[in-house]
Design a protein around this ligand. Structure first.
Ligand code: DI6
Ligand code: FE
Length: 419
């Protein structure tokens, strides 16, 4: 078998469904050609091959590259002042209704150039990459006018070209009502649906369409207008659903066959059942839950019972989730929502791929998939969820190309073989 690269001396958490825990292969090997996995299995079964290069990992664990399937990585300014207000007891809704919140990030984002937005997003991206992320979804929604939304989406696309990760973009025009439309909501919805989305789509800037469905944001009817347009443009949809209240968001997402419904703390059982029927993923955002001191956990037991795949994401954003670590997110999901470490890693790999419609290409270590991998200085996969903020990453591969450096110290002197 011809290959560019052989990876061996490693344990594989393939995350393939249905077999051993984590789809584990204790003494594994991988052959990669042209950026794809052409063979994976036990080292003992390795076929005759002609790999040009070999990378050996001293028995370290290799997982699929992590996927952060819900971020607002591109934005101007910060909202640490609102953070201080919230610590004083002012609620997120109060801040939003009094002209702060998303709208204050809109002002800051409109003021910054593409170059400035790119530079600050790249910094936050580094936090994700340092925690094993090889694919990131990035939303617009802090522009809320034609030029600023296009600006954000162009920056997101540039991250995919120059950031060393795969990037997927989502148009989040219905995120908040921009200040200039305070008196005429309907006109803004018209503009977001009939003007901004088609323009962004015709520039090739949109992979999916998202909306924030919440009493402080947009109604089921307004979101439906946007989703009808997405459907007409053959774009998949996702939804910020039932984060602060039960707005029947899960059912709305399911009605449109959404890739995912995200947050879903307050979703009702009928909504979860409807999601299961159409295969929508439930994306849990434990960073936002933590930062808002939310107490109503998403209905994890219902999702298990109905078979709704659960994914995890940072929701990296300046208001409710200034979080730039995927492994910290896994920890928070286990501690706050009682996911198992295996569910957390599944949520950061296989199910996250599905939440982006990328399950044919990424999310598991499987023949035919892209060679996006993370190599870790851990003894057991559960360590990825156990540590909070510890550096665990040894290396990543994107498309079969090694990305993160081999840091050596903090790993090289530990014998990971046979543990
Ligand atoms: N994602 C969002 O879009 C909103 N909450 C969330 O978790 C608001 C983000 C913000 O306050 O900027
Ligand atoms: Fe969000």
């Amino acid at each position: 078998m011809e290959a560019d690269l052989l990876i061996t001396d490693c344990k594989l958490a393939t995350m393939i469904e249905g077999g051993a825990a984590y789809g584990a292969i204790e003494d594994g090997a991988l052959l990669i050609k042209g950026g794809r996995i052409v063979w994976v299995g036990a080292r003992a079964d390795l076929p005759a091959h002609t790999a040009t290069n070999t990378d050996k990992f001293d028995g370290r664990w290799v997982t699929p590259g992590l996927i952060d399937c819900h971020t607002h990585l591109v934005f101007g300014g910060d909202r640490s002042g609102e953070f201080e207000q919230r610590l004083e007891g002012v609620s997120y809704e109060e801040i939003a209704r009094s002209g702060g919140g998303i709208v204050s990030s809109v002002r800051a984002t409109r003021e910054e150039t593409e170059e400035q937005l790119f530079a600050s997003a790249l910094k936050r991206l580094q936090g994700l990459k340092d925690t094993g992320v090889t694919t990131v979804e990035i939303k617009s929604g802090y522009g809320l006018d034609l030029d600023s939304e296009l600006k954000m989406l162009r920056v997101a696309r540039r991250i995919g070209r120059e950031g060393g990760v795969r990037a997927r973009t989502s148009y989040l025009g219905l995120h908040a009502l921009p200040p200039e439309h305070k008196a005429d909501r309907a006109a803004y919805v018209d503009k977001a649906v009939d003007e901004i989305l088609p323009a962004a789509h015709s520039e090739g800037l949109v992979d999916a369409v998202d909306a924030y469905c919440e009493p402080i944001a947009f109604s089921v009817d307004e979101v439906s207008r946007l989703f009808d347009k997405a459907k007409a443009l053959r774009l998949p949809v996702k939804l910020h659903a039932d984060q602060l209240s039960d707005s029947d968001g899960a059912a709305l997402a399911a009605r449109y066959g959404a890739l995912s419904a995200d947050h879903i703390e307050y979703s009702n059982e009928a909504g979860i059942a409807a999601m299961a029927k159409v295969g929508s993923v439930g994306v849990l955002l434990p960073g936002a839950f933590l930062m808002l001191r939310e107490t109503k956990a998403p209905p994890v037991d219902l999702m298990r019972r109905y078979g709704v795949p659960m994914a995890l994401a940072t929701d990296c954003n300046p208001g409710t989730s200034p979080v730039a670590s995927m492994t910290a997110t896994m920890n928070l999901a286990c501690v706050q929502f009682r996911l198992t470490p295996e569910e957390a890693l599944t949520g950061a790999t296989r199910n996250a791929a599905r939440a982006l419609g990328m399950q044919d290409d990424v999310g598991t270590i499987e023949e035919g998939k892209l060679a996006d991998l993370a190599v870790w200085d851990i003894r057991r996969p559960a360590e990825l969820s156990y540590w909070l903020g510890a550096p665990l990453l040894h290396a990543t591969y994107v498309n079969g190309t090694r990305r993160q450096p081999d840091w050596g110290a903090g790993g090289a002197d530990i014998d990971f073989q046979g543990r």
